[in-house]
Design a protein around this ligand. Structure first.
Ligand SMILES: C[S@@+](CC[C@H](N)C(=O)[O-])C[C@H]1O[C@@H](n2cnc3c(N)ncnc32)[C@H](O)[C@@H]1O
Length: 296
């Protein structure tokens, strides 16, 4: 027992090293590391140190800063992001989408319009597939129309899982059986795993994106989900992100945010509340028009 305690204590990184790590993570991802995360950070980075043969956090951070191994920057960000997600998380958002938003969007797509949905911080993909499933339930031929979902994240490891679309069957317990059968294949998969069917995959483009950097696309979105991502940023970074996301909404476009997230006053002045964590861009708040860009 004493040995375990000593081992744990000696593997805790120093406050100075923690500050260096926090600065690097802020620069690379805009993520704010709270000092109460020191044990978590120590555990995750000690694994990287072992894998790479670095003796100290100092030498590891120095190597990250010299950019000697750009892949390690991805691994560093991946090690320190929190990817917790699940299917049908905050289910009221999907009910709102189905009842209040999709009927109009489907009508618009069927009339030849362009419809764009964005899952920002999609993690391992559950949120994006949740969106695709609701779109396909409302519009089974959506892939043949100009109806697309962009799903982005900064964590390349999480994105690889998202693109694979292979999940434990147990993670689908939130869904009724018909939905599972319709959108997941369980026959040609490893035991206990379910594969998202191609119909849902066809609607989604998974892309790497740092939300706190420039966005390499100019289009506007009818629906943006940014849930449980901004909580990892400081107040100023959050405010900038909410404002940029609101700028990217079509008039009457909808922004879904996580239950513990709130929009700052200046953004609230441009939207109206349409449900829990659900905001619509007020028509007068945007000068721009539909169909003015393509996120793919
Ligand atoms: C807790 S998950 C939320 C997943 C999903 N939106 C949900 O609500 O279930 C947060 C995700 O945000 C991503 N993330 C954190 N900082 C980011 C950034 N600067 N740009 C893009 N994604 C980021 C993380 O990699 C992680 O996958």
């Amino acid at each position: 027992m004493t040995e375990i305690l000593q081992d744990d204590a000696s593997s805790l990184i120093s406050p100075q090293d923690f500050a260096t790590v926090a600065t690097l993570l802020k620069q690379m991802a805009g993520i704010h590391l709270n000092p109460n995360k020191r044990a978590m950070v120590s555990g995750r980075l000690n694994k990287r140190l072992k894998a790479l043969g670095h003796g100290t956090i100092k030498s590891y951070c120095a190597a990250l800063e010299t950019d000697a191994n750009p892949h390690e920057r991805d691994a560093f960000v991946s090690a320190l992001t929190t990817n917790m997600t699940r299917f049908n998380r905050e289910a009221h958002h999907f009910a709102h989408l189905t009842q209040n938003i999709l009927p109009e969007l489907v009508k618009s797509a069927r009339a030849g319009g362009r419809v764009r949905v964005w899952s920002t911080g999609c993690s391992t993909g559950e949120e994006a597939y949740d969106l695709a499933i609701r779109v396909l339930e409302a519009c089974p031929d959506a892939a043949k129309l100009d109806f697309r979902i962009l799903a982005t994240d900064i964590d390349k490891t999480a994105l690889a899982t998202a693109e694979a679309g292979l999940y434990p069957v147990s993670s689908l317990s939130q869904f009724p059986g018909e939905r599972v059968d319709q959108f997941f294949d369980q026959k040609n998969t490893p035991n206990g795993m379910a594969q998202v069917r191609q119909t849902a995959k066809d609607l989604i483009a998974f892309r790497w994106l740092n939300l706190n950097s420039n966005w390499p696309f100019h289009g506007k979105f009818d629906v943006i989900m940014c849930r449980n991502v901004a909580i990892y940023f400081d107040t100023e970074t959050q405010g900038r992100l909410w404002s940029r996301l609101t700028d990217r909404l079509q008039p009457e476009g909808v922004l879904y945010v996580g239950h513990s997230e709130a929009l700052p006053e200046e953004v609230m002045a441009r939207v109206r509340i349409d449900g829990a964590g659900t905001f619509r861009l007020s028509s007068g708040s945007s000068e721009t028009h539909r169909n003015n860009g393509d996120p793919r």
